[in-house]
Design a protein around this ligand. Structure first.
Ligand SMILES: O=C(O)c1ccccc1N[C@@H]1O[C@H](COP(=O)(O)O)[C@@H](O)[C@H]1O
Length: 192
């Protein structure tokens, strides 16, 4: 079984399929993006998403105070650092009690980190797949992201053997989350 994060929830109805199929993580984008949501919206999501599903806030080079405010509000349990955040930031978030995903880009060295998860992504919600055959050895737990879809996720898992897969664009239709695609990819990840 491979765990899965469904990222970029935007509409309240997105929570319905999340509660139905129970991915292992649900993600909210706080960075500037067409998927960006407010803290108020994230808090509303946290109230309606099943308590057993941890929520992850995605940030890109945000001030530490902003991330701590979101974490301390209770909207998220994990912080995903998707920019060039230094190890000091990882440590400060951990000291505050947050769990951390540290994101690396292809061809960037995967340096030692106190983060709870190491993640490799080709972009920032761009839907572009990585060359899975060139994914470097990384410390575990390891998250694979970038251009995953219900159709290609089984091959990605077989090739890379990540602990978690993370998807956004690949479960959208017309730029909105698509319940059928979410059902399909969660089932496939959990069966592989
Ligand atoms: O999704 C976004 O808009 C986003 C914005 C800024 C940083 C990261 C973002 N998304 C992350 O990228 C992965 C992979 O996305 P995709 O499947 O290739 O579309 C997504 O799950 C988020 O973690």
């Amino acid at each position: 079984m491979t765990q899965i994060k469904i990222c970029g929830l935007m509409r309240e109805q997105d929570a319905d399929v999340i509660n139905e199929v129970k991915p292992d993580f649900a993600g909210f984008v706080f960075a500037p993006s067409r998927r960006q949501i407010s803290l108020e919206t994230a808090l509303r999501f946290r109230q309606i998403i099943d308590d057993t599903i941890p929520t992850v806030g995605v940030f890109v080079n945000a001030p530490l105070d902003e991330m701590l405010t979101v974490f301390r509000s209770g909207a998220i349990q994990y912080v995903q650092l998707h920019g060039n955040e230094p190890e000091d930031t990882v440590q400060a978030l951990k000291d505050a009690g947050a769990k951390v995903f540290q994101v690396y880009k292809p061809d960037e060295p995967i340096t030692p980190t106190a983060a709870d998860y190491t993640m490799l992504d080709s972009g920032a919600g761009s839907g572009i797949p990585l060359d899975w055959k060139r994914v470097p050895q990384a410390s575990h737990p390891f998250i694979l992201a970038g251009g995953l879809t219900p159709e290609n996720v089984a091959e990605a898992i077989t090739t890379v053997r990540p602990d978690v897969v993370d998807v956004s664009s690949g479960v959208e239709t017309n730029k909105q989350k698509d319940p059928e695609k979410i059902r399909a990819i969660v089932t496939t990840a959990h069966n592989n």
